[in-house]
Structures are given as C-alpha cells and as structure tokens.
Design a binder for this molecule. Sequence first.
Ligand SMILES: [Zn+2]
Length: 231
Amino acid sequence: MFLVLLISLVNFVGDIMGHPTTVTDTSSENEVHTYNFPFVTRSEWHARKPKMTLPLHTPVPYVVIHHSYTPPACRSIEECENAMRVMQSMHMDGRGWWDIGYNFAVGSEGSAYEGRGWSTLGAHALHFNSVSIGICLIGDWRNELPPEDQLKTAKALIAAGVDLGYISPTYKLLGHRQVRDTECPGDALYKEIQGWAHYSPYPGSATDLLNLPEIPEKVKDVMRGNSTYDD
Ligand SMILES: [Zn+2]
C-alpha cells in the first residue's frame, strides 16, 4: 500500500512539475499491481534505464520459459537482485541490447523480478519477441530442477499475466529451444514445463515459426533473409 501511495505521489509530483512523459515511464513504475507472490520492481533491484523501448502488443499468445545458465541460481533477495543487475549488464553492454532481455525473471527464493515488464517488447527469443512474454528462471537447470518455490512463482506469474490481460487465456507455453537452436531452458526444466498447463509441443523448432499465423509477415521476411529489422 505504501508503495502504491509513494508511486502515485512521485507521478503526481512529476505531473505538476510538467515533466514530459517519456516512453520508459510507461514500462514499469507506473504499472502497479498486487500479486500473490513476492514481486521486486525495477527500481527495487536498481535497474539501469533502458536505452530505448518499444511497446509489446498484448495479450500475447505465447509464454517462453528460459534459464539463465549464468548467473547461477540465487537464493536470497540480495543475490537475486545482483543477478538481475549482472544479466542487465551482460545484455546491454555485452550484447548491445536496450535493456535486460527478459520480461521477467524468477529467483530460487521464490520472488519474481521485473525485467522489461508486461507491456514492453522483450529480447529473449529471436523472431518470437513480438508474440511472447519471456520468463527466465535464474540458474542452470540442465541437470537439476529449480526449487519448488521458484516453479510455483513462475506459474503464479503466468496466471497473473492472464488475469491482468497481458497474456491470452488460450496462451501456449514453450521452452526457448522450441523456437531457437539452444539448450535453454536446460533439460531438467524443459522436462518439467512439459507437464504444466498450456504447454504446447508445437512449434518444435525455429523453422516451424514460418508456419505460425501469429508471427507478423515482416518478421517472417527477416527469417527468410529477405529483410532486416532496421525500421
Ligand atoms: Zn533462453
């Protein structure tokens, strides 16, 4: 409650001071929701400002599950906030992206961490970002499963996305490897999510994306090598 009041106050002061509304303002701090699991906002983990943002058209028809591989599993809020900053730096400085790639991440202590959020286009699954929310379960889940709290929060986050209208009620759940040549989200976690509600075995490979009606023609042209993402 205090957080809601504080954010309202900050926004109100911003308004009366006549600050221009920037695109980044719409992506995170202005969206205040109450969740039934611990949720850590960008400002709480001291995220850097995105270099740029584009809107994500919601509700999205897909949810893509990832693991971080590195950084390894984090088991306290402090460790997980640090992991978020490490991933954001890897993505912004190492890969030259605008921000941390994922829409959200989940730590082994059972908190969800705001990445790009519900309404901002992510950079987590090539050619698939415009139709999906990407959730990273922080850790290396090739050989072992995330702890129960981490799995539970990931599922609750998806359910919240449906309730809030950001994820289609008929969404399909995928592992990253189904849309890209990668081992992500790790063998153990991939096996686990195949038992979750809404898991879909199709698409099963990156080439299937060309047959998905949800993917914009513009993106398919890039996949066919006829165009680039330069607009
Ligand atoms: Zn991935």
